[in-house]
Each structure stands twice: as structure tokens, then as C-alpha cells.
Ligand binder design. Structure first.
Ligand SMILES: NC(=O)C1=CN([C@@H]2O[C@H](COP(=O)(O)OP(=O)(O)OC[C@H]3O[C@@H](n4cnc5c(N)ncnc54)[C@H](O)[C@@H]3O)[C@@H](O)[C@H]2O)C=CC1
Ligand SMILES: CC(=O)C(=O)O
Ligand SMILES: [Mg+2]
Length: 627
């Protein structure tokens, strides 16, 4: 089909035509692209690849980041799409554009200025942005995501340039089902939503929290191959209790205290109804909701819509994968998970979520008689110390955490972890001496919680202590990589939520650091899961998907890597790993009967996933007339 013919052929295509709603409908004669074409794309044998349809012309194209190619528009496109004269005369390819972008970025002196630079690029030309991010993923992820995204969130109202995503505020109650139609793209596959109440370990940042959904979805696209046209970052602005923001005239969210109780849940409910009303198959990822809202919302919606909570469920996947891989690295069997003694410091959404995933795995391995027995392996602390037996507390005050008395009673989930034979509020250092843990996890958001004494004591009992300070950003990690290696005499198996450089050890050895983060680790967990759910059009996100994803990830590091304390495969395999995780998640979706995508006879799930993955490349633009 020539372009001329394409133009004629599509001149009668109306918006609302199935072509614009589902790429599958064009697939019958175009098997290679059956699943991969996003709405508005069609295969053109002349190019042996997809072409993108647009009814726009001129600046409406050059100013649209999803359509723009900057200086790379072909002469033919400039002619046909009324772009001639609107961009400089010389056509350049993407390689040349990348050279310019990198050179300009090198002038940015701080991580925040790099963040602003990349944001601006994303707002001009998403294809080029994603090409840059994918080709330089390690460097770029630290800017568009943690740690820099933390600082960008704190300063979001000061550095604001242009809006991305959608805000639904308490003022919008009653209007949300109409408002969702303000989003210009007809198909949305993935929404990441936050209420800004617990942004990384930085606390309540209100509407500034938008940077997190934006950053996570950028990684979804770059690492997971979800099409950028089908993702939607959202903030639910229910107010903020952050006094500094409330008193800052530049703050862009509602300057009012957070909604509470029924009012809060009613607003979330209205929003869920609005988005699922317009996009019934959308995957909703709840992100950075404070405890107990995080669990309450997950429990309310997990069996009704396609959703999951990233902090609770995917953190569990990646942490479990890290622990399983560490077992191999320590010369033990993965099936011996139940023999581990794990201290988890932090009893919030992430801490409890991670530990529940570990318990699920112990139970499926069949080495414990009951779920209750599995809980015996995990010791959980909050800011007041161990969740222990209240009647044993305070016999020897020197052993106890010196902080305030626990204000809230433990909730149903935390109560599962109470140790009846250990005193309540036992401090970390005394607990480490008592329990001699093999693994210590930090999910508190508090820098310095892993003290020198705690780590040195742990290292006395363990040849290779597994030390995971998982809080973000790096300034809020429970300990640094240097500290972990120094206090363990270089023997730690180390993983953190935000990236830390490898540490030079005595004798020229290297202390390898791993990044264990729900959305960005080598590999990714939520992204692989999200891709699998989207491709299979799963109606529910099930616990088995998270567990199976962990098992896939735990198998990926090579023997040699494991010996060096490297738990996850190298960055160069990032997209391969997303592909593997997504394929396994699809298998689970079909096995559990929640997949809705119809498979063609003989079609392999791994091909289905591969064909669905977005790659940033310029595709020919074809104009069609809207009748
Ligand atoms: N690496 C990763 O992929 C992820 C990391 N996180 C990090 O985990 C942290 C916590 O997140 P959530 O559980 O959602 O927050 P949350 O607010 O629900 O829970 C925080 C918990 O830490 C406890 N805590 C606070 N200060 C403490 C102290 N000094 N000692 C011991 N416990 C203390 C609190 O009592 C609470 O139980 C955040 O910093 C976040 O960045 C969260 C999700 C994913
Ligand atoms: C990584 C992440 O989701 C968090 O720190 O909240
Ligand atoms: Mg999070």
C-alpha cells in the first residue's frame, strides 16, 4: 500500500472507528503487528513497519510530543503534513539528535537541572526521550526516578513548567466521570495513581507527588515497553497536611488539610468509578499511599478491578527475589527459605507487604506445616521496636527502644507478626543479638536505623549477612553501602531501594551493590507484571503473579554473578527480563482464568509479549481526513 493509497484508504476512517479503539482489529491480515499496534497505528507493507495515522497538521504535529520528530521529519512528511518551513531545513536522524541532546545535557550541572532538562525533552519529543533513556538506562533512571525524583517532588511546585497526567482534586467531586473525558487519548492501559501522602521516604508531599506516577510510567515505557500513548499518571489531591506546602503561595495543590475517613474513601471511589467507566480494562497501580489507606484501598478493590499496590505487592516480589537469589549466593537452597531468620524494620505498607510475600513463598515451598509456622521466621519492628509480647515489655529498659510509646494499636496485619515469647518494643540491637538474623530489611524511610552495632553484631554470626536498606531516596536509606560493607568487614550481600555505587574493599576487592526497587531494579518487577497484565488483558492481578515473578527474577543471575554478591542480572538485559517476567505473568493469567486476550492457535505467549513491546523509533506519519 503506497502512502497515496494509504491516504485515500484512511480518508474515510472516522474517529471512533474500531481501528482507533483496538489494535487487534487490524490484525487479521497483519499477523506481525497483531498485538503491537497502539491505537492510531496501522501496518504498511511498503515500509515493512507500522505507520502512524494522524488527522493533525503543521504545528499541531510539531508541538505534540507523541507525534513530533523534531528535526527528523522527512521531506515527504513536511510536504504532506504542512510542516514545511516550521522546522529547520536540514533533516537529521535520531542518532544526530541524540548527539545534540547529550551534549546539551552535559551542561546541566546538578541532578535537578538534568531532571528538568529531561522533562522538557519528554514534553517536546517522547520518541527521542525514550531512545535516550533506554540507551542510557542506568544514568537516566537515577534522574527520572529515584533518587532525583525525590528532590524533584519536594520542589515540584517551584520547578513547574508544564502539566503531565491528570489531577483530580477534592473540588472535583461530583464531576470526575465527565472529567476523565478531558484526557485526549482514547485508550489507556495503565494508570499510576498517588494521593501524595507518603512519597518515597519523604512523607506527605500533596499534589507534588505527581512526579512519582510520571517517573514510574516513564520506566514502564522504557523498561517494560508499554506504549507511551496508553499510560496516564494521576494525582488524587485530597489536600495535604504538609504545613510548609500549605503556607507556600507557589504550591499548586489544594491548600487545605487532607480529607479523612468516609470523605476520603468516597472520593477515591468516585475516581475509580470514573476511570473504569471510561477504560474498563485499565490496570490501576496504587502508589505511595500511606498506611492504613494503602491496605484498605487494596483490599477494597483487588477483587473488583484490575489493580495492585506497588509498595505492598511489587516490593514484595523484588525483595523476595533478592532473598531467594541471596540464598543461592550463600550456597543454600532456595527451598530453605523457611530456615531464614528475617528482621524487617518498618511495619507499614511496604514492610508488611514484603513479609506477606515471603510468607506466601514459604508456604508454597511446603517446608512449613502451616502459615502460622512461617510467621515464626520473621521479626518485625516499628519505631517503638519489636512487635512483641506486651506483658514481657520493659523488664530491662536498657534493651528497649527509647522512642515514644506506640500510639496506634497494632492492626490486624501487624498482629500476625507479634512474637509471643519476646518482649514488646525490644530494640533492634538487642533483637539482633537474640535472633541472630540471616537477613535484615529496612522499610522505614528513616536514615540510620541500621546502626553500626546492629550490623556488626549480625556480621559476627553470619558469614554473608544479607543487608537490604530499602527506603528511598538514598538520603533516607537505613544505612549506606559503605557502612554496610565496612561494618560487615566487606562480607555483606547488599541491596538498596535507590542506587549506591559499588564499594572498594580492602585488598582491591569490590563490594557489589544491588538495587532492589519495586519499579526499577535490574530487573523490574511491577513493570514486568504490568506488561504481563496488560498484554493478557487480565481482569485481576493475582497473588500468584507476584510470587511467580519473584521466582523468575531469582533465577536470572549467573553463578558467577551470585558469587560476587550480584543478585540481579545486568542492566543490558533489562528489557529481556521485563519480557521474561511478563511472559510468566501472562501464563499465570491464562492458567488462573483471568486473561481476556484471545490467543490465536499456536501463538506463543512469549511472542505475544515481545510483539507488544514499544520500541522508540520514528514511524512514518500518514494524514487521514476526519469526516
Ligand atoms: N525499595 C522499594 O522498592 C520500596 C521502598 N519503599 C520505602 O519504604 C519506606 C516505607 O514505606 P511504607 O511502608 O509505604 O510507609 P509507611 O508509612 O506505611 O510505613 C513506615 C513504617 O516505618 C515505621 N518506622 C518509622 N520510623 C521508624 C524507626 N525509626 N524504626 C523502625 N520503624 C520505623 C513506621 O512505624 C511504619 O511502620 C519508604 O521510605 C519507601 O521509600 C517502599 C516501597 C518500595
Ligand atoms: C520504590 C517505591 O515505590 C517507594 O519508595 O515508594
Ligand atoms: Mg512507592
Amino acid at each position: 500500500m503506497s502512502l497515496l493509497f494509504a491516504r485515500k484508504a484512511f480518508s474515510s476512517v472516522k474517529l471512533g472507528h474500531p481501528l482507533f479503539r483496538s489494535s487487534r482489529l487490524v490484525g487479521g491480515c497483519l499477523p506481525r503487528y497483531i498485538h503491537s499496534l497502539p491505537p492510531g497505528f496501522i501496518s504498511d507493507p511498503k515500509y515493512d513497519k507500522a505507520v502512524q495515522l494522524t488527522e493533525l497538521r503543521g504545528v499541531n504535529i510539531t508541538h505534540d510530543p507523541l507525534l513530533s520528530k523534531g528535526t527528523a521529519f522527512s521531506m515527504d512528511e513536511r510536504e504532506r503534513l504542512s510542516i514545511r518551513g516550521l522546522v529547520p531545513p536540514r533533516q537529521q536522524n535520531m542518532e544526530m539528535q541524540l548527539k545534540r541532546v547529550k551534549r546539551n545535557m552535559a551542561h546541566c550541572e546538578t541532578p535537578l537541572s538534568k531532571f528538568i532538562f529531561l522533562n522538557a525533552l519528554q514534553d517536546r519529543n517522547e520518541t527521542l526521550f525514550y531512545k535516550l533513556v533506554i540507551d542510557n538506562i542506568k544514568e537516566m533512571a537515577g534522574i527520572i526516578y529515584t533518587p532525583t525524583v525525590g528532590l524533584a517532588s519536594q520542589k515540584s511546585h517551584s520547578i513547574y513548567r508544564r502539566s503531565r497526567g491528570m489531577y483530580f482534586s477534592a473540588q472535583d467531586r461530583g464531576n470526575m466521570s465527565a472529567m476523565v473525558y478531558n484526557w485526549p487519548h482514547p485508550d489507556v492501559d495503565v494508570i499510576v495513581v498517588t494521593d501524595g501522602s507518603r512519597i518515597l521516604g519523604l512523607g506527605d508531599l500533596g499534589a507534588n507527588g505527581m512526579q512519582i506516577p510520571v517517573g514510574k510510567l516513564s520506566l514502564y515505557v522504557a523498561a517494560g515497553g508499554i506504549h507511551p500513548r496508553t499510560v496516564l499518571p494521576v494525582v488524587l489531591d485530597v489536600g495535604t497536611n504538609n504545613q510548609e506546602l500549605l503556607h507556600d503561595p507557589l504550591y499548586l495543590g489544594l491548600p487545605q488539610p487532607r480529607l479523612k475517613g468516609e470523605e476520603y474513601y468516597a472520593m477515591v471511589d468516585e475516581w475509580v468509578r470514573a476511570v473504569t467507566g471510561r477504560w474498563p480494562n485499565v490496570l490501576i497501580q496504587f502508589e505511595d499511599f500511606k498506611h492504613p489507606h494503602a491496605y484498605n484501598l487494596l483490599n477494597k478493590y483487588r477483587n473488583k478491578i484490575t489493580c495492585f499496590n506497588d509498595d505492598i505487592q511489587s516490593t514484595s516480589t523484588i525483595t523476595l527475589a533478592g532473598i531467594l537469589a541471596s540464598l543461592k549466593a550463600r550456597g543454600r537452597e532456595q527451598e530453605d527459605l523457611a530456615k531464614e531468620r528475617i528482621i524487617c524494620v518498618g511495619a507499614g505498607s511496604a514492610g508488611v507487604g514484603v513479609c506477606e510475600g515471603i510468607i506466601d513463598c514459604m508456604v508454597t515451598q511446603g517446608k512449613v506445616k502451616s502459615r502460622e509456622e512461617a510467621y515464626e521466621s520473621i521479626f518485625m519492628l516499628d519505631q517503638d521496636g519489636l512487635l512483641g509480647n506486651h506483658s514481657l515489655a520493659m523488664k530491662d529498659p536498657s534493651n528497649f527502644h527509647q522512642s515514644s510509646q506506640r500510639e496506634e494499636p497494632l492492626d490486624e496485619l501487624q498482629l500476625r507478626y507479634v512474637k509471643k515469647d519476646l518482649p514488646d518494643r525490644l530494640g533492634l540491637e538487642a533483637l539482633v543479638e537474640t535472633v541472630k538474623p540471616t537477613v535484615i530489611l529496612g522499610l522505614t524511610g528513616i536514615r540510620g536505623v541500621f546502626t553500626e552495632k546492629a550490623i556488626r553484631t549480625m556480621s559476627r554470626y553470619q558469614e554473608k549477612p544479607v543487608i537490604f536498606p530499602l527506603s528511598n531516596p538514598d538520603t533516607h536509606a537505613e544505612c549506606t553501602a559503605e557502612e554496610a560493607f565496612e561494618w560487615s568487614d566487606g562480607r555483606a550481600i547488599f541491596a538498596s531501594g535507590s542506587p549506591f555505587e559499588n564499594v572498594e574493599l580492602k585488598g582491591g576487592k569490590i563490594g557489589h551493590t544491588n538495587q532492589c526497587n519495586n519499579s526499577y531494579s535490574f530487573p523490574v518487577s511491577s513493570i514486568g507484571i504490568g506488561l504481563g497484565v496488560t498484554v493478557s488483558k487480565a481482569s485481576r492481578v493475582t497473588s500468584t503473579m507476584f510470587l511467580e515473578a519473584a521466582k523468575v527474577i531469582a533465577e536470572l543471575a549467573t553463578e558467577d554473578e551470585l558469587k560476587q554478591g550480584i543478585l540481579f542480572p545486568s542492566v543490558s538485559k533489562l528489557r529481556d527480563v521485563s519480557h521474561k517476567v511478563a511472559t510468566r505473568v501472562c501464563e499465570v493469567a491464562y492458567t488462573e482464568g483471568v486473561a481476556k486476550a484471545t490467543l490465536k492457535e499456536g501463538e506463543l505467549l512469549s511472542d505475544l509479549v515481545k510483539d507488544s513491546m514499544y520500541t522508540p523509533e520514528y514511524v512514518p506519519l500518514v494524514h487521514f481526513e476526519h469526516e
